[in-house]
Design a protein around this ligand. Sequence first.
Ligand SMILES: [Zn+2]
Length: 223
Amino acid sequence: MGSFKHSVAIPTTGEVHVIVGPMFAGKTTALLRRIKSEVDNGRNVAMLKSSKDTRYAIDSVVSHDGIKFPCWALPDLMSFKEKFGHEAYQKLDVIGIDEAQFFEDLYDFCCNAADNDGKTVIVAGLDGDYLRRSFGSVLHIIPLADSVTKLTARCELCGKRAFFTLRKTEQKETELIGGADVYMPVCRNHYVNSQVITESAKSVFESHKVNRDSLLVEAAPVV
Ligand SMILES: [Zn+2]
């Protein structure tokens, strides 16, 4: 016999699952599907999202295809336990986090929830921003994760698999919240070529004030 004696009950640890990808890849839909199946299995679930994203509804997570689930909209994750109530938190089995790139305390929260509190945390967020730089803390939690899923969208210009989010406008801030009016999913080819067009066409846009979207689409096949 070994010397491991479990005379004291060891608290069960949780899990961390990460869903990443560009915009319009179905990350929220995948998250909601997993959360719903947890609910169907009788598990106690809470859904969190950033209060920065008010595109659809403040009190529910809504996927681009219209699926809905009630949620807590928070400025940060560390305040959740307090707001939710410690007793209610103890009873939670699963925590879903949407738009995770907006939470700066993502790593500490996931680490604590899974390691110490025994929660299953399912996280959905953008891995990269419109310049394909790491976005927020989403990539920081990969070393914590049990599983990582990278979803793809369809390139808006050619229909191939899209890995990246292209910004259609010229605003430069990293956190520019918008939908199909501001962003589109693109394949590598169209990401690279459309970035070139966006840069070189700036002077044209500025002097002629033409419709940017139509120029972008018309110019794309030339290069
Ligand atoms: Zn394409």
